[in-house]
Write a new protein. Structure first.
Length: 237
């Protein structure tokens, strides 16, 4: 436990991919070097706003964060749904002069965020005098960025599908593979799933009903059960 975090929060931080393989005793020193600060938000509060500069990124201690974008006409697209231990805005904080092109919102209950300053990862002097654990954290961040790039490639493959049904099949098939089962729950309600796949909610609900009638799946709220074999999609990845 550190003076900044409770024992439970320290466990979440140490269990996050960013702090994998470090000596737990070094956590307080690392957080000091990162100029870490903690904030709490209620459901619906904006954590980061599109257009703002970004000099720190967040590690979620509790609750859920949605990364999203609203276009000029007010249509919302959900980029990702994140939970405890996940990071957000790290790419923006590490890109000099870049302003946010997305927003981050506390999506469920009370959300705790640990903010970490960019200088730890970009300042040459800090990098040169860092020890083994500092180097490990920086290596972990590189792996996280690579993993997120792969996720965004997968999302592009969903959005490249020609129809709402094909988008659903591509996304739900990936979720089934990730869970290792044809029965699984997704982290979205109907509106959020429509926003994630960039389709109208009415069109999504209509297509899900048609897919149930065709015996392709069963669904109730966020629960899905897929048929043993689904039609192939045009996924390029």
């Amino acid at each position: 436990m550190t003076s900044l975090l409770s024992a439970q929060e320290s466990g979440i931080v140490l269990g996050s991919p960013l702090f994998a393989h470090i000596n737990p005793r070094q956590l307080p020193q690392l957080l000091t070097q990162m100029q870490a600060s903690r904030r709490r938000y209620n459901q619906g509060d904006w954590i980061l706003n599109e257009g703002d500069p970004c000099q720190a990124f967040g590690l979620i201690l509790s609750g859920t964060v949605q990364v999203l974008r609203d276009d000029f006409m007010g249509y919302r697209s959900i980029i990702n749904n994140l939970e405890s231990g996940d990071l957000f805005a790290e790419s923006y904080s590490l890109a000099p002069g870049r302003r946010l092109t997305v927003s981050a919102m506390a999506a469920a209950g009370e959300t705790g965020i640990l903010f970490l300053q960019q200088d730890f990862f970009t300042d040459r002097e800090q990098i040169s005098r860092g020890g083994q654990d500092s180097a490990q954290v920086r290596a972990n961040l590189t792996a996280i960025l690579a993993t997120k790039n792969l996720f965004l490639n997968r999302k592009l493959s969903y959005l490249s599908q020609r129809s709402t049904r094909q988008k659903l099949i591509a996304y739900l098939s990936d979720q089934a593979r990730a869970c290792g089962s044809r029965r699984f729950e997704i982290p979205f309600n109907r509106q959020e799933l429509a926003d994630f796949l960039c389709v109208e909610r009415s069109a999504l609900s209509h297509e899900l009903a048609r897919m149930q009638q065709a015996g392709l799946l069963q669904t109730r709220r966020s629960y899905f059960e897929l048929a043993e074999q689904l039609p192939e999609t045009d996924s390029p990845i």
